[in-house]
Design a protein. Sequence first.
Length: 138
Amino acid sequence: MKVSDIESTARAVLPKFYSEDLHPESWRVFSSCGKRCVLTSTPRIMVEPFLKDYLGVDIVLGTEIETYKGRATGFVRAPGVLVGKNKANALRRIFGETQPEIGLGDCDTDIPYMSLCKERYYVPRNPRIKALCINKSG
């Protein structure tokens, strides 16, 4: 598939689906933040237009796809899919020693990067369930 086709789809089609999946509790917490950085296992090329254009995200870190002569190869670039410790490593590269204020996650593999944040919220994928603050005690 041509990279330009992926980019066009990411701008014209995917925002409808991403907006339908946006958890109200996630948006409530996320919209209160100043600088917004999103880490996602989704290929960055597919989600970045929605995140920047619709949600006002400053930094998007996602899985990077391999390309050759303007076409997606079906492979991902190192370090691989941005999940688990890869998300935590990506967050460290961007923030260094600075601890992000808030981390939002929706699955167990988000715990490594969420543990690097001052406040952590586990937001279940079911929008009828409220977000749960899982901060360290003490």
